[in-house]
Design a protein around this ligand. Structure first.
Ligand code: ADP
Ligand code: MG
Length: 241
């Protein structure tokens, strides 16, 4: 059974239909890259999967539970699926540790002790155990993004959605964040990542989804999608003609 099942999903903003019937099944433990031009609907798809956007048609289910456009269910879904963004969105007035603890105490109602123990474990997992008491402005962009990853992991999600998580970073900081993502993939975390890092997608992902104008235009294992694109649109996107 798929962990995430996206079936004929449609999403519009006013007159602009951004997702035009998306079908995508993702198995537990799968690592899926989503690629495509700016404006093709990649972020909107992730936001729909995470329940940050209501869908206009079709259905999405995570671990067998269907997403219906009701606020309480959206909240439940957000607990199951973590999301990490291009901008790290850490609270500047809270330490790294406090940032990781916050949703656990506020949303999951954990005790401070439990939340702190979990925060220390997850910061250690991203290589930042020693930065528990550092404030975001004392951390590099790569470190801040790793704190954001630790914060998502602390919620014990069934899957993690990553939307261009290295795009805001200076080039020399990209590798440390990708290394953390690679480690999560190796541990069996289900990952759906919008990325421009083609070599990373080729190395780490089980499947690549090429989105074009609100549709899944091509999908397959990286060796097929990158080495033998079937459509002119994908060839052009990859710079092959
Ligand atoms: P991508 O991530 O592939 O660049 P997006 O999903 O961000 O694409 O955007 C797809 C289209 O949806 C774009 O035309 C964008 O302007 C539009 N869009 C995205 N979010 C909103 C929004 N909240 N309100 C109106 N239009 C939006
Ligand atoms: Mg986007």
């Amino acid at each position: 059974m798929s962990l995430i099942a996206v079936t004929e999903v449609r999403k519009r903003f006013g007159d602009n239909e951004v997702l035009k019937g998306i079908d995508l099944d993702i198995a537990a433990g799968e690592v899926v890259a989503i690629i495509g031009k700016s404006g093709s609907g990649k972020s909107t798809l992730l936001r729909c999967i995470n329940g940050l956007e209501l869908i206009d048609g079709g259905s999405i289910s995570v671990a067998g539970a269907q997403l219906l456009p009701q606020e309480t269910q959206l909240k439940a879904l957000r607990l199951k699926v973590g999301m990490i963004f291009q901008q790290f969105n850490l609270f500047p007035h809270l330490t790294a540790g406090r940032n990781v603890m916050l949703s656990q105490t506020v949303v999951k109602k954990k005790s401070k002790q439990e939340a702190e123990a979990m925060a220390r474990r997850q910061l250690e997992r991203v290589g930042l155990a020693h930065k528990f008491d550092a404030y975001p402005d004392e951390l590099s962009g790569g470190q801040q993004q790793r704190v954001a990853i630790a914060r998502a992991l602390a919620m014990e999600p069934m899957a993690l959605l990553c939307d261009e998580v290295t795009s805001a970073l200076d080039p020399e900081l990209v590798a440390e964040v990708l290394a953390v993502v690679r480690e999560l993939a190796a541990e069996g975390m289900t990952l759906v990542m919008v990325t421009h890092e083609m070599s990373f997608a080729r190395d780490v992902c089980n499947r690549v989804v090429f989105m074009h104008e609100g549709r899944v235009h091509e999908i397959g294992p990286p060796r097929e999608v990158f080495a033998a694109p079937k459509t002119a649109e994908l060839r052009q996107f990859l710079g092959l003609n």
